[in-house]
Each structure stands twice: as structure tokens, then as C-alpha cells.
Design a protein around this ligand. Structure first.
Ligand code: SF4
Length: 344
């Protein structure tokens, strides 16, 4: 006790000298500062405990996308990109899947695992790109190109998947398209991913639907050039949802989990990252000693940030935001997803 009091007196003296305040003001100020630091971490710990209790009670697994907030990624049983999450949700044996991501991802889980109750951790978390095409628009485009095979990026609603021939993710889009016997491909909805695929496959005529990711298109070539000037030794990794001129400047074009693997295996120590900022948490966590810089502060998806620890607790406590898909749509959408999973 005497030692602690001595330390407190020393801190008080040091703080008083450096701030110019009388030493009697220092302890109350330090106490207030301490409260601001410790209170949020106490609240987080309490929420984490509640999540653990609810998980056991519901027989739940929590899955999170790579773009989720760090604290959400840290309470998840599994963190991954869309392809990994789809595979995991198809295989997992759990009564409840709590999905920390956006609506189409939870729908994909419900399509692939109809025995589980799928709960979306934030009711309004949606994907603006997925909303750029619906069943009617798809029918219109299919009428325009009746001979084309429809490849749907997983960032689509269940209804759109059900009207498509096969799905793909950013991790496997090239292999999926290359595997198809048909020459004419209608690629929906991301024109940037579709264009990237068209530069990597042979013998295909790819028709692009004009959708895009509102976060990835914010990254501009000038920002990449400037970052490369500051870090000439760095490897540039970008997502295929980025603009063509950005992709041209990259060392590698990868899905989020592919970026994590690339960074681990690469001898490079510095990386410039062109995808949503949430991935930096995993990159830092799994690659201590390596440096990662986001190519633009605007690489931010507001929908991916709607999930917080509190919303996970409330979702589980109230068993709310259940995602269901009508059986006839589910079966047709599952066929498109199963065809993709059979390719890679
Ligand atoms: S990052 Fe882009 S594609 Fe992903 S959920 Fe957000 S808007 Fe949709």
C-alpha cells in the first residue's frame, strides 16, 4: 500500500510540474480520465460475456465478414470472405447462425442451411450493390440476351440468384466463368468485377450489367500513385470491385481472405490495401511485424459497420431479424450456389 501511495504521489508531482496545475487538481483529473478509459472496456467485457451466455443458450455460431468492426470480428467463431462464409454456413451444424454482415450474406446462409435459424445482427444492414438489380431488371436483361448464361455475383438477393444459372464470389469469379461451356455470359451486377473477369478468361463474350460497389469505386488511381510514391517498397493489393484504372496499378487483385493469405506468404513487409477498411484488423492481427496502409480513407462501407456488440446481444436475446427465403426461390437459388461450390 505504501508503495502504491508513493507511486501516486510521484505521478501527481510529475503531472503537476508538466501541466502547471496545482497538484491537488491532478488526482481528480486523473480519476476522471481513468473512468473514460476503463468504462468502455468494462461495457465491452460485459457484452462479450452476455454473447457467450446467449451462444450457449441458443446453440448458436457467430460468423462475421472481414469488413466488420474489430470487436465484432473478435467475438465471432469464424471470420471470412463471402465464399468462405457461404461454405462455412452450408456445413455448420448449429441451431442458430448469427450473421454479422449484410442482408444478402444472411440470405445465402438461409438458402444453404435451411435447418438453422439465421439471424442478421443489424436489421438494416444491406448492400447497395445488391439493391441495384431485382427480379424484374434481371428478366429484362435476360430477354435482351436470351442465349447468355447468367453469372450472379453473390452480392445479389435470393430472388436474383434464383433467376441466375450460377453464382460466383470475388474469390472464384474467374474460375467460375472459365468453367462454363457457353461463350456468351451475362455478368450481374458488378461491372468492375465483370470487367476484371473479362481480362482473365479466354473465349468468352461478357455482357456487363451496370452495378458497382459504392465503397470500392471511391478509390481513385491518383490515390494509388501517391501512396506508391510514399511507399515504393510496398506491394499493392486491391479488390476486383475497384475501378479498372486502379486494378491496372496493383501487384495483385484479390478477395479479402486471399489478401490475408498473400500478406502472410509474401516476403514483403509493407502493403497498400485497396479494400474496405475493416480488413486491416485481420491483416494486422495475423501479420504482426508487417505494415498495412489503406489506400483511401473513403474505403468505408457504412452498412458493414451497423453491427455492434450491443446489436449482437439484442439480436440473440430477442431472436430478432430472422432471415427466411420462400422455399421455391430458395431451391432455385441453392442450385446456382451449389453449381458455384462445385467449381471451386
Ligand atoms: S462493401 Fe460494397 S459490396 Fe460490400 S456490402 Fe458494402 S456496398 Fe455492398
Amino acid at each position: 500500500m505504501a508503495k502504491i501511495l508513493k507511486k501516486v504521489a510521484l505521478v501527481q508531482k510529475w503531472a503537476s510540474i508538466s501541466s502547471g496545475m496545482p497538484s491537488c487538481c491532478i488526482i481528480p483529473l486523473l480519476t476522471v480520465a481513468n473512468i473514460f478509459v476503463t468504462l468502455p472496456s468494462m461495457v465491452s467485457r460485459r457484452l462479450e460475456e452476455q454473447i457467450a451466455e446467449l451462444k450457449e443458450k441458443l446453440g448458436a455460431v457467430i460468423v462475421a465478414h472481414n469488413y466488420q468492426r474489430p470487436e465484432v470480428q473478435d467475438i465471432a467463431d469464424f471470420v471470412g470472405d463471402s465464399l468462405e462464409l457461404a461454405r462455412r454456413c452450408a456445413e455448420v451444424r448449429a441451431e442458430t447462425i448469427v450473421f454479422c454482415g449484410v442482408d444478402f450474406m444472411a440470405e445465402t446462409a438461409a438458402i444453404l442451411n435451411p435447418d438453422a435459424t439465421v439471424l442478421l445482427s443489424a436489421a438494416t444492414a444491406c448492400c447497395p450493390m445488391a439493391a441495384m438489380i431485382d427480379g424484374d431488371k434481371l428478366r429484362e436483361w435476360k430477354n435482351r440476351y436470351p442465349k447468355a448464361t447468367v453469372v450472379a455475383y453473390v452480392n445479389t438477393t435470393a430472388e436474383v440468384k434464383a433467376g441466375s444459372d450460377i453464382c460466383c464470389t470475388s474469390a472464384n469469379a474467374v474460375q467460375v466463368v472459365q468453367s462454363l461451356p457457353n461463350e456468351e455470359i451475362l455478368f450481374i451486377p458488378d461491372k468492375h468485377l465483370g470487367h476484371y473477369v473479362s481480362t482473365r478468361v479466354s473465349g468468352k463474350r461478357i455482357i456487363l450489367y451496370p452495378g458497382y460497389c459504392i465503397a470500392h469505386v471511391r478509390l481513385r488511381a491518383e490515390e494509388v500513385r501517391l501512396a506508391k510514391e510514399h511507399h515504393p517498397e510496398a506491394k499493392v493489393l486491391v479488390h476486383p470491385e475497384c475501378r479498372e484504372e486502379v486494378i491496372e496499378l496493383a501487384d495483385a487483385v484479390l478477395s479479402t481472405s486471399q489478401m490475408v493469405r498473400y500478406a502472410k506468404e509474401s516476403p514483403a513487409k509493407t502493403f497498400l490495401i485497396g479494400t474496405e477498411e475493416g480488413l486491416l484488423h485481420r491483416l494486422h492481427k495475423e501479420n504482426p511485424g508487417k505494415k498495412f496502409y489503406l489506400l483511401s480513407p473513403r474505403l468505408f462501407c457504412a452498412n458493414m459497420k451497423k453491427t455492434r456488440l450491443k446489436s449482437v446481444v439484442e439480436t440473440m436475446k430477442l431472436k430478432r431479424n430472422q432471415v427466411t427465403v420462400a422455399e421455391d426461390i430458395r431451391l432455385r437459388a441453392k442450385q446456382a450456389l451449389d453449381r458455384m461450390l462445385a467449381v471451386v
